[in-house]
Design a protein around this ligand. Structure first.
Ligand code: FAD
Length: 330
């Protein structure tokens, strides 16, 4: 097990695994064509020479630092563009009273209609599932990429071909959380992140403890990419049992069962159909630019995290893209 305040920490030695990964990406850079992170790894000399233990560590790094970050399976993530997003300086921040404080603040004074399920977008109006229409001179569409890909919202006029290609080509990733509340904190209370190299690669490998920041006996277990898809198929009881098994593997067989739980399944939530977008193998950054911007001679605009070339997959990427489009519309 690896425990760290800011993710991976070295009570285990990950230097050789990091080197295998770095060299694999450097070799992939030299190729004529983009390949996936998984392919880049498997064709690399370092991987081919590595023994089973070193490979296990490389897999752990790929899962914890790439699959969790981008929600994408390594077999689909571009080795050229997969991690070319940018970050702001400064520490990570946890919001003790919830992330929705930001949205609530931004929504002040705006007319926001909840439970208004759009089924069709047309020039000059959107149609809701109850049959009513909302008129608009211009429409800014921030439907998640997963929803755009599913076709469950119909566009009355064809979208630009480049935009349709972008919708198909950008990847939609998956990251889920399982929050577990305990009677008391039965794990180290001076760390935020806990990593675990368990028996099944990538399952329940990353945890956040809320003991330090919220003073609450709560652990948050993450699953990403293919592992998240698999865990999503389990019901609540089995999911909690699997999480509890993992915790017993990490902290010993007497680790108590949680009192309550909260589980996300973003891949099955019909208003998201995934968590956030990633740069899939073979796609260049131009696809995000082609998704953003306007269609239908300026009547329809697209924004949202998937349109951000710099900050895709983030709340600030979504917000900045919205500001940019709003300024263009005005
Ligand atoms: C588990 C997880 C952890 C994350 N962690 C972070 C993090 O630490 N930091 C960070 O910056 N970002 C994080 N993100 C990403 C961030 O939440 C997203 O990038 C951001 O919310 C995207 O904003 P958006 O406006 O583009 O799309 P969304 O937030 O998905 O908003 C789209 C809206 O469209 C609505 N909608 C969908 N279909 C319809 C319809 N038919 N009719 C009407 N409305 C519809 C949805 O209900 C939703 O409200 C995380 C995401 C997940 C899932």
């Amino acid at each position: 097990m690896l425990i760290g305040a800011d993710g991976l920490e070295s009570d285990d030695n990950f230097g050789p695994a990091e080197r295998v990964l770095r060299e694999a990406f450097a070799a992939a850079e030299e190729r004529d064509e983009d390949i996936s992170v998984r392919q880049a790894l498997e064709v690399s000399t370092g991987w081919q020479r590595a023994d089973a233990e070193l490979r296990r560590r490389v897999d752990y790094l790929v899962n914890s630092s790439l699959e969790h970050e981008y929600g994408s399976p390594a077999r689909l993530l571009s080795s050229w563009y997969g991690f070319e997003d940018e970050e702001f300086n400064g520490e990570d921040v946890l919001f003790p009273n919830g992330f929705d404080q930001i949205v609530s603040h931004l929504a002040q004074g705006l007319n926001v209609r909840f439970s208004a399920d759009v089924v069709q977008v047309a020039p000059g109006f959107v149609r809701l599932s109850d049959g009513s229409q909302v008129s608009a001179d211009q429409i800014i569409c921030t439907l998640p990429l997963g929803v755009l890909q599913s076709g469950r919202v119909q566009f009355a006029e064809p979208l630009a071909q480049s935009r349709r290609k972008a919708i198909e080509g950008i990847g939609m990733g998956l990251l889920n959380k399982c929050l577990l509340r305990f009677e008391r904190t039965e794990w180290p209370d001076d760390v935020d992140w806990i990593g675990w190299l368990g028996p099944r690669s990538g399952f329940w490998a990353e945890w956040v403890s809320l003991a330090r920041t919220l003073k609450a006996p709560v652990l948050m277990g993450f699953n990403a990419a293919d592992q998240a898809t698999e865990v999503e198929k389990m019901n609540d009881r089995d999911t909690v049992a699997a999480a509890h098994d993992a915790l017993r593997g990490m902290f010993g067989s007497n680790f108590p069962a949680p009192l309550s739980s909260q589980i996300t399944r973003w891949g099955q939530e019909r208003h998201t159909l995934g968590s956030y977008s990633f740069n899939a193998v073979g796609m260049g950054p131009h696809l995000r630019r082609e998704l953003g911007g306007s269609d239908w001679e300026g009547q329809l605009w697209f924004a949202g995290e998937a349109t951000s070339t710099q900050y895709f997959g983030t709340a600030h990427g979504a917000m900045l893209s919205g500001i940019e489009v709003a300024q263009s519309v005005i």
